[in-house]
Design a binder for this molecule. Structure first.
Ligand code: DGL
Length: 264
């Protein structure tokens, strides 16, 4: 099936999942929609996140996607079940993938999760981790300042370094051997996070596991792209095209980034 896979996020964070999809699914076309103009979703109510998500999904349905990847933990936490029930195509979230990555990495089962307020409040990571290993010892921290930092594109340098250190300070006396980047924006500043937590901690995200799950679903449902022509990558943002393009070109191994502005 040659239709594109739809990938959604509140902004540029889902590009961290796209990067792994390019690695694991090099023959698939991708249509990405980031709601940058209304980002962050983390502090918003559950009802509002669900409402915004349906606006995004309605657009992608019109573009005839064959599958949907919710490359956003905040949306996954509150909208995955509803989307899976109502969409005619397969829908994958990122939280189970993130929990699986952590369970594979941890030795002590002391796991820290950093995420948006919405994701932390939902308890979705705790639930996913407990269902994989019931004696997991999970500490969650909401980090509302990190998404605006990434979206600004100003995440290199002293200011960013200090902000990440201040944000993670509450975990100073907490014991954990694995940290989940429970927000798809955070792998973009993974280097800064690793500087603070030290190299004895495994820092994991959901991106790679999600890409593997997508590959499995395409195979299982017989909907992998068979076209011999190169795949197409289209990026839509509701916000600034130049900022989106600059972050996407830094992050993705693509020669050209085709970004368009879209109204929801
Ligand atoms: N990238 C998103 C996540 O994984 C959302 C960030 C936000 O909009 O607050 O949670």
């Amino acid at each position: 099936m040659n239709a594109p896979i739809g990938v959604i996020d509140s902004g540029v964070g889902g590009l961290t999942v796209v990067k792994e999809m390019l690695r694991y699914l090099p023959n698939e076309s991708i249509t990405y929609l980031g709601d940058t103009a209304r980002c962050p979703y983390g502090p918003r109510s559950k009802e509002q996140v669900i409402q915004f998500t349906w606006q995004i999904v309605d657009q992608l349905e019109k573009m005839n996607i064959k599958m949907l990847v919710i490359a956003c933990n905040t949306i996954t936490a509150v909208a995955l079940d509803g989307l899976q029930k109502r969409c005619k195509f397969p829908v994958v979230g990122v939280i189970n993938a993130g929990a699986q990555a952590a369970i594979k990495a941890t030795k002590t089962h002391d796991i820290a999760v950093i995420a948006t307020q919405g994701t932390v409040k939902s308890g979705a990571y705790e639930n996913a981790l407990y269902s994989l290993y019931s004696s997991s010892n999970v500490t969650s921290l909401a980090c509302p300042r990190l998404v605006p930092l990434v979206e600004s594109g100003e995440y290199e340098g002293k200011f960013a370094q200090n902000l990440v250190a201040e944000t993670l300070a509450p975990l100073k006396n907490t014991k954990f051997d694995t940290m989940i980047l429970g927000c798809t924006h955070y792998p973009i500043i993974q280097g800064l996070i690793e500087e603070v937590v030290g190299d004895q901690v495994h820092v994991v995200s959901s991106a790679e596991e999600t890409a593997k799950q997508v590959k499995e679903i395409l195979r299982f449902q017989h909907i992998a792209r068979t076209d011999k022509k190169p795949p197409e990558y289209l990026f839509y943002t509701t916000g600034s095209v130049p900022i989106f393009r600059s972050i996407a070109s830094n992050w993705l191994p693509l020669k050209e980034i085709n970004v368009k502005r879209i109204k929801l």
